[in-house]
Design a protein around this ligand. Structure first.
Ligand code: TUI
Length: 310
């Protein structure tokens, strides 16, 4: 029993990362039923959509699960309220700090675990009452910070007293054992759950992740201030070209670049357009080789991890 298992009431300190459009009730419940912490990602969805997803997850599992709030969303306020009203036990946050919701979350008895990209933000989150933090390195898929997991995790571990969960670049027992050596008490994985049987992402997306090689991911959006890691395809090539052209100008048209990204994740996840959309995945995608159940993924990671750390 470690601090994360105790805090969350779960069997293994393995969290499934909140992935917009992807991690809904089916995946979250499967991970929770397998002894980890499943997470429903709110992304840019409306409050009522996530409210329904929370209710569906409760029908599929009686184990604890969480909701991830993407703080850049225009609907973050209503999602935060929905979490309180629906009796959600755990909230993780990304792409910003949840400081303004902390009082409300505390009053609702919610365990709050923000993703932090730096030591300064980790310390700030501890100060405002976060129960744990997820130190996510830039190996991760989706919206990322600047530091690697290897450098970020031990620095955050030294800076705070609350437990630290490592994320970014972990997809097997070796990665979890390495993060353990850095001082992490829990592990959040996203990319490997993309190919879970219970994950509703389009089959083309799963195949694209399984096919990915070590150097197949790129970072777009450096110029917009919202860097995103995804697998290289026609869309990222065109996006990076537009960024390059705009960067040459005295006044780059940031709105034009951001507009190009709109709807791109949905195209890949729902329509299966893995060339015309954004296939977000981490640098560890090449380690993900086959579709399995969430329970098989978790059991294998945990037994390999235990074999390594004893
Ligand atoms: O949030 C994520 N990953 C995501 S969110 C997302 S949806 C999106 N799509 C396009 C552009 C932006 C978002 C896809 N993937 N991971 C957690 C994460 N949080 N990574 C980095 C951060 C973060 C960054 C800054 C957390 C806090 C933070 O604070 C800075 C501040 O001052 O608010």
């Amino acid at each position: 029993m470690n601090r994360i298992c105790e805090l969350l009431g779960i069997e293994y300190p393995i969290l499934q990362g909140g992935m917009a459009w992807i991690s809904e009730a089916n995946l979250a419940a499967a991970v929770s039923n397998a002894g980890g912490l499943g997470i429903v990602a709110a992304g840019n969805a409306l409050g009522d959509v996530i409210r329904a997803e929370i209710r569906k997850t409760k029908e599929l599992t009686d184990k604890p699960f969480g909701v991830n709030i993407m703080l850049l969303s225009l609907h973050a306020d209503e999602i935060a309220r929905a979490c309180c009203e629906e009796g959600v036990k755990v909230v993780t946050t990304g792409a910003g700090t949840p400081a303004k919701y902390m009082e409300m979350f505390k009053a609702a008895g919610i365990i709050v675990i923000p993703v932090v990209p730096s030591v300064a933000i980790a310390k700030m989150m501890e100060k405002v009452g976060a129960h744990a933090v997820i130190a996510e390195g830039m190996e991760a898929g989706g919206h990322i910070g600047k530091l690697t997991t290897m450098c970020l995790v031990p620095q955050v571990v030294d800076a705070v007293n609350i437990p630290v969960i490592a994320a970014g670049g972990i997809a097997d027992g070796r990665g979890a054992a390495a993060a353990h050596m850095l001082g992490a008490e829990g592990f959040q994985l996203g990319t490997c759950f993309l190919v879970a049987n219970e994950c509703i992402v389009h089959e083309n997306y799963k195949k694209f992740v399984i096919k990915a090689k070590d150097i197949d991911s790129v970072i777009t959006g450096n110029i917009t201030g919202h860097p995103v890691r995804s697998l290289r395809n026609k869309f990222t090539t065109a996006f990076l070209e537009l960024e390059k052209q705009e960067a040459k100008k005295d006044e780059p048209d940031i709105a034009k670049i951001e507009e190009m990204g709109m709807g791109a994740l949905r195209r890949a996840v729902i329509e299966g357009d893995v060339q015309g959309g954004t296939v977000m995945a981490g640098q560890i995608a090449a380690l993900v080789k086959e579709e399995q159940t969430a329970a098989e993924i978790i059991t294998k990671i945990w037994s390999d991890y235990r074999g390594l750390i004893g």
